[in-house]
Design a protein around this ligand. Structure first.
Ligand code: B3K
Ligand code: ZN
Length: 877
């Protein structure tokens, strides 16, 4: 954990592993303070490596008890443990069996990487580099081995003993112990190893694969949580069926286990045959989970399941290739969710997420390509760029070659690379071969950071009935990449006539008639497309379904208004409404900054009225259309952000719309009230979202009592929380009453208590910082629990810009204090939370200086973890 000389790892320095490990036998004797791990590794020199490369096994914090080579104890002069914790064998043989016995202390592992305890049970997290905290091993993804794991533990404390693969025996041991053995027939990298043991209960089900394999499905939870696993199990079965239908991919073991744990660094982990999940993505009941939680569970269960092929069977050669598995698997889970519900609404949500997290990252100090060139701490690169932009790049390829060729490409990719650790080139090569389309230029999307900007210019010649569309792209510089080249950008588009109807889109030189959506491929910095036989001056509809992760700029307001009403593509309809509102709001912010009254554009109220009038057809879409662009989205479009002004303008606008559209909003609110039992189908979710959007405007316009009434009457968490979050902003006794009632009711439910913390962290109140300090000192706050730390600190820094960026700098100080306190406990979470301080360049100089001061204070902290060091130092560059 020393940061004196943090080493930068470079993609160009890749060298094959010196040794391969064909077989691994692990024996665990579990004890919270002193677990013994015996590892037998069948090693052999890698023919692809330099013949004199040393045999070096990664290790971190391991206490070596004994080492043997081919049965004989290794004398101290044959092996050495370096300062970094790694074990080097001097004078190593070409092949042999290395046996090590180490001691570790899971109960003191607060980093939650490696083997740790949570509530008395044992769990592991090995990706990316946690396996080296369990045993000595070449802990890199291109060393793939077959594992046999034997676990021995106290049978009263640990009745359940799980690992990867299929069960292969169990029995009683000495004293009060028992043991279980697991064999995983599929070779895998060490990051996919998992062990779970403890006092757990299972919810069981079955799945028969289409070739007839019977798979036992289990979700393992703590006693009392069994009745909240139904949705996760259902999501799992639907994922398994979908992957068979859409990609022809079947599950490949006899059991599929999911274990849920409340202390977990991220959402979930795809360990082979034994997924480990944050409880947040498993447990749900109507009373305790919001609609967003239900959707999150479906997505994450699917994502981890899909990794079984894209990630586990075909894995990454090195961590620079992370998006090979993550981008592709996010693309797959997005497609799954689109098939399960509304494709258009799913796309809107995904784009919203991309813009909220990835676009700012791409414009900030941590900007990196989807395939990074270097890192200090790989944990810092599990980013929106690697995941979400990576998924967009897979989608670009999908759009470019079409679904049928994409499916053939997937078949080829898997057949050719099964049980291997490969690179992004291998993926693109399979897609290229299967489609016969040259995709080499698409590699630029993996290697170039930054968000391309796209602009259009057009000309209509009424005599010739010819329409010319000129598209231009450019990408602003990012750290380390001053000059950018043009990328291939598929632009899905259509042309609309004056009445909103689709016009023909036949390009000059084409014979066949074309209409509806077609995709232009912009390959150069500038390119013109000429359409023939266009009967009237058209309005272009560009980037349908958001066909590329770019910023489309400069669409005139009248066109936005027209497209928001008339376009056939729901994404463009939504997008045009958002862009229109954003441009109006940015003007209002500028006015506010000049000290002028911001004014009001009645078109915004009209749009709300129109949306409400047509809402019945698709309430979920209407809810999306009704939401004003977020504060982060607006800040992202300003040269110098002004979070406080943005917040005021947005709130003011919400109030004004609430007043002007009061009757329509109230009528919709009333008619959308739920009558029957709680249901989580798309339509019911959409109706609740729309109703709560209406509530938001009405409360903004002054009707806090309506929120209190909804809060008191709510029978599901979505409605309860929507009301509570509005009340949290209101300086009324109802706020304190509701917050206290919520706490009293849910104090025993950690996941709901997280929401209680988050809502307050995001509240707009004059004493926001003081409230944060009190919550931080609250007896229910626990910095060591990642969910709780994120719920309070993360929600404040990322979700409450107006107060995080308070003029006084106290918001920044609060965040830095928390990061400094958390870093020695869990460096990975600390490094994640520090992110918002890195956006100082986008703020006014006075704020920027305060932010830099806090970054420097973090950086000056002794013994900083290398992850936090990397984030803070790169932010200051
Ligand atoms: N692969 C894991 C993430 C591991 C994060 C390590 N810091 C979950 C996922 O993407 O599915
Ligand atoms: Zn993943």
């Amino acid at each position: 954990m020393k940061t004196d000389t943090p080493v930068t790892i470079r993609r160009g320095d890749y060298a094959p592993p010196a040794y391969l490990v064909d077989e691994v036998a692990l024996e665990f004797r579990l004890d919270p303070a002193a677990t013994l791990v015996r590892a037998r590794l069948a090693l052999r020199r890698n023919p692809a490596a330099a013949p004199d490369a040393p045999l070096r096994l990664d290790g971190e914090g391991l206490q070596l008890v004994e080492a043997r080579l081919d049965g004989a104890v290794l004398p101290p002069d044959r092996c050495r443990i370096g300062e970094d914790g790694a074990l080097t064998l001097l004078d190593p043989p070409a092949a042999g069996v290395l046996e090590t016995l180490v001691r570790i202390a899971p109960e003191s592992n607060t980093a939650l990487s490696g083997l740790y305890t949570s509530g008395g049970n044992y769990y592991t997290q090995c990706e990316a580099e946690g396996f080296r905290r369990i045993t000595f091993f070449p802990d890199r993804p291109d060393v793939m081995s077959r594992y046999e794991v034997t676990i021995t533990a106290d049978r009263t404390l640990c009745p359940v003993l799980l690992s990867n693969g299929n069960p292969a025996g169990s029995g009683l041991g000495d004293g009060n112990t028992h043991w279980a053995r697991w064999v995983d027939p599929h070779p895998k990298p060490s990051y996919l190893f998992a062990l779970v043991a403890g006092d757990l209960v299972n919810v069981a089900d079955r799945f028969t694969t289409r070739s007839g394999r019977e798979v036992a499905l289990n979700i393992w939870v703590r006693r009392g949580d069994e009745d909240r696993c139904g949705h996760a199990m259902d999501s799992l079965k639907r994922s398994m069926a979908w992957d068979e239908q859409v990609f022809g991919l079947e599950y490949d073991l006899d059991v599929f286990n999911i274990a849920a744990v409340s202390d977990f660094n991220m959402g979930a982990m795809e360990n082979k045959g034994l997924n480990v999940f944050n409880t947040k993505y498993v447990l749900a009941s109507p009373e305790s989970a919001t609609d967003g939680d239900w959707q999150g569970i479906e997505t994450v269960v699917a994502h981890e399941y899909f990794h079984n092929w894209t990630g586990n069977r075909v894995t990454c050669r090195d961590w620079f290739q992370l998006s090979l598995k993550e981008g592709l698997t996010v693309f797959r889970d997005q497609e799954f969710s689109a098939d399960m519900g509304s494709r258009a609404v799913k796309r809107i949500r995904d784009v919203r997420g991309l813009r909220a997290a990835q676009f700012p990252e791409d414009a900030g100090p941590m900007a990196h390509p989807v395939r990074p060139d270097s890192y200090i701490e790989i944990d810092n690169f599990y980013t929106p760029t690697v995941y979400q932009k990576g998924a967009e790049v897979v989608r670009l390829i999908h759009t470019r070659i079409g679904p049928a060729a994409f499916r053939r490409g997937m078949d080829l990719y898997i057949a050719r690379n099964d049980n291997q650790a490969v690179t992004i080139e291998d993926f693109v090569a399979a897609m290229q071969e299967a489609s016969g389309i040259d995709l080499s230029a698409f590699m630029g999307w993996y290697d170039q950071a930054g968000t391309p900007e796209l602009a259009a210019e057009d000309r209509y010649d009424p005599e010739a009935r010819r329409y010319t569309l000129t598209l231009r792209q450019s990408t602003p510089p990012t750290p380390g990449q001053p000059a950018k080249r043009p990328l291939p950008i598929p632009v899905a588009m259509g042309l609309l006539g004056p009445d909103g109807a689709a016009l023909p889109t036949r390009l000059a030189g084409e014979n066949a008639a074309q209409s509806g959506t077609r995709t232009l491929l912009l390959e150069a910095a500038e390119q013109s497309f000429t359409f023939e036989d266009v009967p009237a001056p058209p309005v272009p509809s560009l980037l349908r379904s958001f066909s590329a992760p770019v910023r489309l700029q400069g669409v005139p307001r009248e066109q936005l208004r027209f497209l928001a009403v008339h376009d056939s593509d729901p994404f463009v309809r939504w997008e045009s409404g958002q862009q229109y509102a954003a441009s109006v709001m940015l003007e209002m912010v500028a006015a506010a900054q000049r000290g002028e009254a911001p004014g009001f554009d009645p078109a915004l109220a009209e749009a709300v009225a129109n949306t409400l009038a047509a809402a019945e057809a698709d309430p979920a879409f209407a809810a999306e259309a009704l939401s004003l662009p977020g504060e982060g989205f607006l800040a992202d479009q300003m040269a110098v952000a002004d979070p406080v002004a943005i917040h005021r303008v947005r709130q003011g606008l919400r109030a004004e719309i609430g007043r002007r559209c009061g009757p329509a909003l109230r009528a919709a609110y009333g008619s959308l009230a739920e009558t029957g039992p709680y249901r989580i189908d798309g339509r019911s979710i959409g109706r609740r979202a729309l109703r709560n959007a209406c509530l938001g405007y009405l409360v903004a316009a002054g009707d806090a009592a309506l929120a209190k009434a909804q809060f008191d009457a709510a029978t599901n968490m979505t409605d309860s929380l929507a009301a509570l979050s509005l009340l949290a902003d209101a300086a009324t006794p109802a706020r304190e009453e509701a917050l206290a009632a919520f706490h009293a009711r849910w104090r025993g439910d950690a996941l709901v208590l997280d929401k209680w913390f988050s809502i307050q962290a995001m509240a707009d109140r004059p004493d926001a910082i003081e409230a944060m300090r009190q919550l931080y000192a609250h007896p229910d706050f626990d910095l060591r629990n990642p969910n709780r730390a994120r719920a309070l600190i993360g929600a404040f820094a990322a979700g409450n810009p107006a107060h995080f960026h308070a003029e006084s700098g106290e918001g920044y100080r609060f965040l830095a204090d928390a990061v400094i306190a958390l870093d020695p406990i869990n460096g990975s979470i600390a490094a994640r939370l520090i992110g918002p301080l890195g956006q100082w360049r986008r703020q006014a100089p006075s704020r920027g200086a305060l932010m830099r001061r806090e970054l420097q204070r973090v950086l000056d902290t002794p013994n900083l973890s290398k992850g936090t060091f990397e984030k803070a130092s790169k932010a200051l560059l």
